[in-house]
Design a binder for this molecule. Structure first.
Ligand code: 26W
Length: 816
């Protein structure tokens, strides 16, 4: 289905008139954006209709991706690209006197996620649609996504995100598929005539789940799947008695409580807070989604449950949706009246679970008392699952109570806790980590006894990223160059990029490649100037660290090194280094004090360094506020050096590492997460690996790590840490940056920053040397882009299909 520029122009004008009630003369960029979206949406909805019809007619097995987060970013550019309408739209708008680039900037990011886990979900649904796999994403329709970050006097301020304030042109409300969700109340035990017992949950409250569908357009525009997000509302079980008795205000209050459930995304990344509302959010979307799946199944199969596990597979994106396991059991046992073993057989063939983190503070646990209050029947079911599982453990390790305590879903202690990771492993048929190293550590350290019990359950699926958004759309200049060298089908077959490798030493190709990089750096320099007023030299090395702020990701290691360079320059004005711009983007969880202190310190050091005439252009430090998907799309194409410097064993995978390397950045990184596999692909000559390995870290921990050893033995480390205590960077306010020093010296440096500092600094000297050899650097850059084929999310999805989902693709019939 090809649309001409003329037809597209007519569609835009039609929507200006009849959808938006304005015209060509009055329309501002926002109106042009909405009209363009509406014109594209015509194609989207046609594709959606065809896809749903095809899937229904073929009664396909489908994967249901359950995730509390989907970090989608902007959709217009993506949807145009995927329909092959980008140039058509560009031309049509041009003739109307409108610049497409300006129109695209009108779109607010859909930021319904924190970071890696949410963005992975977005890349996966892109690949699923592209690969024509029957799939549906299920999540929460948060009114407010991740907070907007402002920087005031160097410090992070959080402001509410309002992505749908003026209406979202993509989402479709489906009132016909509203679901009801029960909460609170009590469980009644009923004794039947035949001696059997039946449990009945009498909920204390019912809320409504309203589905909003976001179409997900595959590349080529053939399959259009959906992301279904649930919004909470007060149910029709509105308390009319109270209302009629004059209790209008009280009745309204019920209303507000129900709507609170989907109000806001929790901004905690990697810290489990155990908040009641978070558990309610999780149950809310799982319950709605399961009912939705079952409604669809029953439409085709009636009350015959025997084919359910053949038709349905549910992927749990971390443990956030793990409550779906007892919920499905409740539906099957209490509602469908299947016996426990039949229900458990279905359940454990339906769920699969992905683990995204080993950090103990991120592993979800719920107080049993809280579950009992909110979901009393689910707690009973969890106890029953655990009871039966403990019998299985006893068969494998007879009489071994310590094994039972270790494996139990219930953690005993002053407060009984339900371990959602254990529930997920026990209730799933497959469990995967997200990179080779991470999956090994999941087996060896996190779930070793589960691995012994079920040797085939734990597996690996290395993460990936969609090359459509993360190269084709965000880096048009490089894409065009790549098209010319390897053909235009690399977005569907990223291994094709390997064809670039043979040109890596070709002078002409190096020149074209590096001139693209230079242009992208200029675009970012303009952006930096516009948003911070800082002028940067595009001949400098653009060194970028973009990710959530967390101690384990070690932005403070980067900062200490910047301070070391600054100090070296002050001590020796001729200090020999190629000019470098260190660029950061990071949000800190609002309650994470040290993370916010690190942002503050980066900004204070930046102020000083950027305005010190003794430094000149050699060193600049930039903190770009409000890091998000759309900002990443501008930063990534302009990067020379990619910072991936987490403590070995802590970053499950990382996906920014893949995006940066794909766009021709060279990584400086530890042997952690997917860095290990990136190093394998590009070869050790084309990456700067430094620092301790997982084994080194363990050995150092075992021998008793004392960060003060490094402080006293390394004069530079001492000088930098002491510097933090003075008022040099915070004039008149000595001690404003001291918390960083304290965490490293007095609180034991839990992420081995000082232990890795010297190795990092040495590796940075190697980076500097390599960059100065222009031909050598260009070769490294090209090899990095060429060898990223493995990291397309299409490959990840194919691995899930082969190792977990056993799913067939389904060609959607196209319009002639
Ligand atoms: C309960 C609070 C909470 C919220 C989010 C705990 C943990 C999370 C996520 C699991 C954090 C996350 O995003 N993890 C990241 O997942 C990416 C995708 O697999 C990986 O690439 C990152 O390494 C991992 O940190």
């Amino acid at each position: 289905m090809k649309i001409s520029k003329g037809d597209f122009k007519a569609a835009i004008i039609r929507h200006l008139h009849s959808t938006l009630g304005t015209d060509e003369n009055k329309a501002n960029n926002h109106a042009w954006w909405k009209a363009t979206c509406a014109a594209i949406q015509e194609n989207v909805l046609e594709g959606l209709r065809r896809t749903q019809k095809t899937h229904y007619m073929n009664d396909t097995r489908a994967v249901h991706y359950f995730s509390a987060e989907f970090l989608m970013g902007r959709l217009l550019s993506n949807n145009m690209q995927n329909f092959g309408l980008y140039d058509v739209a560009h031309g049509a708008l041009k003739e109307l006197g409108v610049e497409l680039a300006d129109v695209l900037e009108e779109e607010p990011d859909m930021a319904l996620g924190n970071g890696g886990l949410g963005r992975l979900a977005a890349c996966f649904i892109d690949s699923l649609a592209t690969m024509e796999l029957p799939a549906i994403g299920y999540g929460i329709h948060y009114e407010h996504g991740l907070f907007r970050q402002e920087i005031k006097s160097g410090a992070q301020i959080e402001r509410p995100d309002s992505w749908r304030d003026y209406g979202n042109p993509w989402e479709i409300c489906r009132p016909e598929s509203i679901q009801e969700v029960s909460l609170f109340g009590y469980v009644e035990t009923k004794y039947g005539d035949n001696g059997g017992i039946k449990k009945e949950w009498h909920p204390g409250s019912i809320v409504k789940g309203v589905p909003w569908d976001i179409p997900v357009v595959g590349y080529g525009g053939k399959t259009v799947n959906v992301l279904r997000l649930w919004q909470s509302e007060a149910s029709d079980y509105f308390n009319w008695d109270v209302f009629n008795a004059g209790g209008y205000v009280d009745a309204q209050r019920e209303n507000i409580q129900a709507e609170t459930i989907s109000k806001v995304l929790y901004p905690n990344d990697e810290t489990e807070a155990g908040k009641e509302l978070r558990l309610i959010q999780q149950y809310f979307f799982c319950s709605c989604s399961l009912k939705d799946i079952i409604r669809r199944y029953k439409r085709a199969h009636g009350d015959d449950w025997s084919r359910f596990k053949e038709q349905v597979v549910i992927q749990l994106n971390d443990t956030h949706p793990a409550i779906a396991i007892p919920e499905l059991m409740r539906i099957l046992v209490d509602r469908a009246e299947l016996d426990w073993d039949t229900a458990w057989d279905i359940s454990t063939h339906v769920f699969a679970y992905t683990n995204h983190t080993l950090l103990p503070e991120a592993l979800e646990k719920w107080p049993a008392r809280m579950l009992e209050k909110i979901l009393p029947r689910h707690l009973e079911i969890i106890y029953e699952i655990n009871h039966r599982f403990m019998n299985e453990v006893d068969k494998k390790w007879p009489g071994d109570n310590s094994k039972k305590a270790k494996l139990s879903i219930i953690e005993e202690g002053p407060e009984k806790m339900v371990r959602m990771g254990h529930l997920s492993v026990i209730g799933s048929f497959k469990v995967n980590g997200v990179a080779e190293l991470h999956s090994r550590l999941v087996k060896e350290n996190l779930f070793p006894d589960f691995d012994a019990l079920w040797p085939d359950k734990l597996t690996n699926v290395t993460n990936g990223i969609t090359p459509r958004r993360w190269l084709k759309a965000c880096n048009p200049l490089l894409s065009e160059l790549v098209d010319k060298k390897v053909g235009e089908d690399w977005p569907l077959n990223l291994k094709k990029l390997e064809g670039l490798a043979k040109h890596a030493t070709n002078k002409t190709f190096q020149k074209s490649f590096m001139s693209v990089k230079q242009k992208n750096k200029q675009l970012l320099a303009d952006e930096i100037y516009a948003s911070t007023g800082i002028q940067v030299d595009t001949n400098a090395i653009f060194d970028i660290q973009i990710k959530r702020l967390h101690e384990y990701k070690r932005q403070h290691l980067n900062l200490l090194h910047i301070m070391a360079l600054y100090r070296r320059i002050l001590e020796n004005p001729d200090y020999d280094m190629h000019p470098r711009v260190f660029i950061f983007g990071a949000k800190a969880a609002p309650g994470y004090k040290l993370a916010k202190d690190i942002i503050f310190a980066i900004n204070k050091v930046a102020d000083k360094v950027n305005n010190d005439p003794r430094v000149g252009n050699k060193l600049k430090v930039v903190f770009l506020p409000n890091y998000r998907v759309s900002l990443a799309e501008k930063m990534i194409p302009a990067c020379d050096v990619s910072e991936q410097i987490s403590t070995a064993g802590k970053e499950a995978s990382g996906t920014g590492n893949m995006k940066l390397a794909l766009n021709g950045a060279v990584t400086i990184g530890t042997l952690d997460g997917a860095n290990v596999e990136i190093a394998e692909e590009v070869g050790e000559d084309n990456i700067f690996i430094f620092g301790m390995t997982v084994e080194d870290v363990n050995a150092l921990k075992a021998s008793g790590y004392n960060p003060k050893d490094y402080y006293y033995k390394d004069a530079e480390i001492k000088a930098i840490l002491d510097w933090l205590e003075t008022d040099y960077f915070t004039p008149g306010k000595p001690g404003a940056l001291v918390s960083i020093k304290q965490s490293l010296l007095d609180l034991g440096d839990p992420f081995f920053v000082l232990a890795d500092f010297r190795a990092y600094s040495d590796a940075q000297i190697e980076v500097d040397k390599a960059y100065r050899d222009k031909a050598r650097w260009a070769e490294m850059v090209i090899i990095n882009t060429a060898m990223m084929g493995k990291f397309t999310s299409d490959r990840s999805i194919q691995d899930y299909v082969d190792r977990v989902w056993r799913l067939d693709s389904c060609a959607v019939e196209q319009q002639k």
